[in-house]
Design a binder for this molecule. Sequence first.
Ligand SMILES: [Zn+2]
Length: 96
Amino acid sequence: MKTAIHPQYYDATVTCSCGNSFKVGSTVEKITVELCYNCHPFYTGQQKFVDTASRIEKFQKKMEAARPLVKKAQKEDDKDNSPKTLREMLEALKKG
Ligand SMILES: [Zn+2]
């Protein structure tokens, strides 16, 4: 083993936001995580949203703000009577 090229090895303490903590080998002393084996939905069997930055709320606000625009766009689509298929175009020519 060469000297002075390897990082310091620690028995790092991993601390989860649920309060659980355990030790692992690492090059840093402390690790903070949001999910661990104690609180991850895969292991608990319960669904839980990890939404610390309230991203779901932000997304729902955006959707709410966009709703009028979507309706307006749909109305404009309904107004459009131009032929959409070749058959419709040919039928329009026969009529006209
Ligand atoms: Zn946890």
